[in-house]
Design a protein around this ligand. Structure first.
Ligand code: KG4
Ligand code: ZN
Length: 340
């Protein structure tokens, strides 16, 4: 079964062709970072205009790379949320038009669930369920018990900023361009992570929940004090980046381990843009060598359409197609993921 995936939830326009939910025949991603960089974050209006320009060329490229025609596609899977409304509409309407014109079934996919599926696509050996999903993206931070594909239980999540959002905001404070994660990781390599002792956010009585807003504010105030004292320099920025990254990642590792113990987990599936961080991967490797950690492979950690097509295959086999009335959803409550 050949599935065409379409992704346009935020600032990546992507199309992919995936066979039987796992074999990636093409995975084309056109990033818009260049246009959003100067504003320090994604500008929704600019994002949707760029999606309009890019969606057809990206689609053609994905079909060409996979060496298939639209007629040969069996299913069209599209990320219909969560995301920016204007951006979602471009991908969704393209998918609907393609489905209608070519008489193909259409299926709507939850972008967040697809991030978790991306690690499964990357697994080299069969994965035994239940496992723990650790979702670390620009919009979400969550620990999820994955009972099987399509059956989840939310264990914990952020009560304020998402981890990627915190990286992007701290990067701005350090005058680094968007997206901030990779920039902070690079800068932190030359910094001392013990120089500033920031406290990770805890949520009273909720050991699996995250809070990054206090950490972000602590860094803002510390940088302000350093600037006022006339002590700002490149090394300060490097030390700050390293201290922030280490505090945030250690917090994630600690809470993940708590969940691993409570639910007796053998395998962790990682998903979302922040899992691109080699530093995070090394830290997990050092701290939990006994757990099978499955990371999304290159091209599957940041936003992409291969994960949408891959998950689309499974969802379609289980639930059948969606109707052409499928709505874009800015938010999708996590409990809608919990249903078997
Ligand atoms: O999953 P994603 O592509 O988009 C969302 O669905 O949100 O994640 C993007 C986020 C951005 O906040 C970016 O700064 C972060 O992933 N990111 C990183 C790294 N690479 C990307 N954060 C930390 N370290 C990285 N190396
Ligand atoms: Zn994403």
């Amino acid at each position: 079964m050949l599935v065409l995936g379409i992704e346009s939830t935020c600032d990546e326009t992507a199309c992919a062709v995936v066979k039987e939910g796992k074999e990636i025949l093409s995975n084309v991603i056109s990033s818009q970072i260049d246009i959003h960089k100067e504003y320090g974050g994604v500008v929704p209006e600019l994002a949707c205009r760029r999606h309009v320009d890019l969606i057809i060329p990206v689609l053609k490229q994905a079909l060409e790379d996979a060496q298939v025609t639209l007629e040969e596609i069996d299913l069209i899977a599209v990320a219909h949320g969560p995301g920016l409304i204007g951006a979602l509409l471009i991908g969704l309407n393209t998918a609907k038009a393609l489905a209608l014109a070519n008489q193909k079934p259409l299926i709507g996919i939850n972008h967040i669930e697809a991030h978790l599926y991306a690690a499964l696509m990357s697994a080299t050996a069969p994965v035994v369920f239940p496992c723990l999903g650790v979702l670390l993206s620009g919009g979400h931070t969550a620990l999820v018990l994955i009972k099987e594909i399509g059956h989840y239980e939310l264990i914990g999540q952020t009560i304020d900023d998402a981890i990627g959002e915190a990286f992007d905001k701290v990067a701005r404070m350090l005058d680094l361009p968007y997206p901030g994660g990779p920039q902070i990781e690079k800068l932190a390599k030359e910094g001392n992570s013990q120089k500033y002792l920031f406290k990770p956010g805890t949520v009273k009585g909720q050991p699996y929940n995250f809070s990054f807003s206090g950490l972000k504010t602590a860094i803002l105030y510390r940088l302000r004090d350093i600037k006022e004292a006339g002590e700002m320099n490149e090394q300060v920025k490097k030390d700050c980046a390293a201290s922030f990254q280490s505090t945030a990642f250690n917090d994630i590792i600690k809470k993940t381990l708590l969940a691993v113990e409570k639910y007796q987990i053998q395998t962790i599936l990682f998903g979302g843009g922040v899992t691109n961080s080699q530093t995070l991967r090394q830290m997990f490797q050092e701290k939990v060598p006994h757990i099978n950690c499955i990371w999304p492979s290159v091209g599957l950690s940041l936003d992409n359409a291969a994960m949408i097509a891959g998950l689309g295959y499974h969802r379609y086999l289980k639930h059948g197609a969606d109707s052409l009335d499928l709505e874009p959803l800015i938010r999708i409550p996590f409990n809608s993921l919990e249903k078997p």
